[in-house]
Design a protein around this ligand. Sequence first.
Ligand code: G1P
Length: 276
Amino acid sequence: MIQTCLFPAAGYGTRFLPATKSLPKEMLPILTKPLVHYGVDEAFEAGMDNMAFVVGRGKRALEDYFDISYELEHQIAGTNKEPLLDEIRNLMNKLTFSFTRQNEMKGLGHAIYTGKTLVRDEAFGVILADDLCVNENGEGVLAQMMRIYERYRCSVVAVMEVSKEQTKSYGVVSGRVIEDGLLMVDDMVEKPDPADAPSNLAIIGRYILTPDIFNILERTSPGKNGEIQITDALKTQAKQGMVLAYKFKGRRFDCGSIEGFVEATNYFYEKIYGKK
Ligand code: G1P
């Protein structure tokens, strides 16, 4: 029912310098697949077929990844290497990919606003590809959120419990429990001082947003770090109507950090090759 998944992908990925000097952070591989590929898999599994990217300068590799590489394909045609492209070819056959450019870095809220031209006037998913999510024995996080959206028809953010100290790295929400694992949001703060955090529920990089968020973003002033924050816009949306916070089932790797990236690599290595 929701067709579009937006991938804000304009950030520099400075924690992975010098690698990210010429390689978009979303292209860093966990084993043989770039991070962004895992995100697209998750959106596809949730039933979305329009993948929309907000990119910045130096992110051409993302566009090329979701396009045919004639020279390479010609080289490996008929060899035992050819099946290595099956997965990405399958995605390319089933999905559409569109791109727009954010020319100034003014925050996640601004990046999402920039994606407006790629999103029809309907609800859409958002994946921050450096949060890699898995759910071993069930559906992916975005698919779980789709079920919530289908029932409540409002914006949904995925949250997880973190230590009080860690709240300073996340958008933090508080609210009233309306069902097991589901809260109606009443407050949201972007990267609070741990002493001021309204709870220990941190937003991870998965959102379903209703399209009125664009009007709200247009009127949202810069917040934390002088950037336009999606967290602030969602707080307005929660006050005007309803926003839900969903404690997702599964595991999230913070692949924006070296530690999380290595954990994800080990996890998939063990899963795929059965080794530690
Ligand atoms: C962004 C959001 C933050 C959220 C986080 C999840 O922050 O602004 O609210 O908790 O993603 O990964 P960033 O990590 O891009 O600074």
